[in-house]
Write a protein that binds this ligand. Structure first.
Ligand code: MTE
Ligand code: MO
Length: 423
């Protein structure tokens, strides 16, 4: 009788389980390292275009993770029978499967963020992060406490026993092997406890502060106190801004920057509109804060999955600045420069004229803190936030097309958010 494909897969399943375990370990190791590099703000500047490649590698290898998971599931019934009675081990298997599938599903949603939309991406990012916080320490602990060298003493003892048992009766066992007294603390037990305590002490506080921040949902208020800019006078918020019309932002900004955070005071800050304009304009801070501002409530979405909802921004609509300078008919693109000296991006003339594109000065009634791009940042609610240039201090009207910092490094030139209609 022919054997079914399943029984063929199940043949020699012990060895197969071992190799599934090894493959899984290598894949998870790669995903952990690449994931940490992707999330760590520190690496944004250093990796540059490599960051985008790394993201694709992370996604690709993440999908490959399906292979050992599915392969295991085919063997699971048999494995499960073998684990009869071993509740601890069964719980372990369920936990690992839950982790891997959770990572996979939330990862696929993040990968397909355009299809999924910002709400789902935001939830998926939280789950992806949470599972990493739980799963990574468990896996590090597992690898530390199950390494071969930790098993060595027992294995050595076993092989000595085996050797002795083959000795013919009457033959003296080597004198060098006295019966070892059972120690109160075994080396293995000690290392397990030390690894557990070490992980808890190093990762615990960061985890708790992440959880706390994530749960609190404070918009920009957490950064206002440590705003390093020193520009006077402070802008006085309009009544719609303070208290904020949107009721206070929902969610948390992640501070993204590809440079050190620049700081400004009245002596080193100015704002320029130039290029293909009838009249080049330049403002000092005192002049800039004296301009009429407007208030809008809008959502803010990053391509990496996080969002901040109901931001009350106060600032000058970009179209007002363009009209003040007088855009020449040759001009096709509006190019934005950051005061960090590195970051740039652009909008087409038509995009720049949308009435919610704003040169923002206040967020929820407070000056935009330096970490979040203050004193002045661009806000483009209908596009992903890489368009939202922080520390904006120059707008240039140019002919032809222009690709911004992340766009030349692999981000999509199309930054439109799916169904981001003005509310
Ligand atoms: N100057 C500058 N502006 C920038 C960036 C940057 O790295 N430098 N990152 C962009 C990206 S990808 C995002 S998601 C938002 C993040 O804004 P936040 O740091 O205030 O949360 O800023 C955008 N503007
Ligand atoms: Mo972003």
């Amino acid at each position: 009788m022919k054997t079914s494909w399943l029984s063929r897969i199940r043949k020699g399943y012990g060895k197969k389980l071992t190799s599934i375990h090894a493959w899984n370990a290598w894949i998870v190791l790669f995903l952990s390292l690449s994931g940490l590099l992707l999330v760590g703000g520190f690496w944004r500047e250093i990796l540059g275009a490599g960051r985008v490649w790394l993201k694709w590698a992370h996604i690709g290898v993440g999908i490959v993770l399906l292979i050992p998971v599915v392969y295991y599931l085919l063997l699971a019934a048999k494995h499960w029978k073998r684990l009869k009675g071993r509740t601890g081990q069964k719980a372990n298997v369920v936990f690992v499967l839950f982790l891997l599938l959770g990572w996979l599903v939330s990862g696929i949603v993040l990968w397909q963020f355009r299809l999924a939309g910002p709400r789902a991406a935001n939830a998926a990012l939280f789950i992806h992060d949470l599972l990493t916080w739980i799963g990574l320490p468990v896996m590090i602990y597992h690898s530390i406490t199950r390494t071969k060298w930790l098993k060595e003493p027992q294995r050595r003892a076993l092989s000595v026993e085996a050797a002795n048992s083959h000795r013919p009766a009457g033959d003296k066992a080597p004198a060098a092997l006295p019966e070892a007294p059972q120690p109160l603390y075994t080396r293995r037990g000690f290392i397990k406890a030390a690894a557990g305590a070490g992980l808890a002490l190093t990762l615990g506080p960061t985890f708790l502060s992440w959880l706390n921040k994530t749960m609190q949902s404070t918009g920009s208020t957490g950064f206002v106190a440590s705003n390093a800019n020193a520009l006077v006078p402070e802008p006085v918020p309009l009544p719609d801004s303070s208290p904020p019309l949107g009721g206070g932002a929902q969610g948390n900004f992640r501070v993204y920057t590809v440079t050190d955070i620049p700081t400004f005071d009245n002596s080193n800050w100015s704002f320029t509109v130039d290029g293909l304009v009838d009249q080049k304009l330049e403002w000092s801070w005192e002049e800039f804060v004296a301009m009429n501002r407007e208030v809008q409530v809008s959502d803010f979405h990053c391509v990496t999955g996080w969002s901040v909802y109901q931001n009350t921004w106060e600032g000058i609509p970009l179209s007002k600045l363009l009209d003040l300078a007088g855009v020449q008919s040759k001009a096709q693109t509006v190019k934005f420069y950051s005061g960090d000296g590195v970051y740039t991006d652009s909008l087409t003339m038509e995009q720049a004229r949308m009435d919610d594109v704003m040169v923002a000065v206040l967020h929820d009634g407070k000056p935009i803190p330096s970490q979040l791009g203050g004193p002045v940042r661009l806000v483009t609610p209908q596009m992903y936030a890489y368009k939202s240039v922080k520390w904006l201090n120059r707008i240039e009207l140019i002919e032809g097309d222009y690709s911004g910092y992340w766009e030349v490094r692999g981000y999509d030139k199309d930054a439109w958010i799916p169904d981001a209609k003005k509310s």
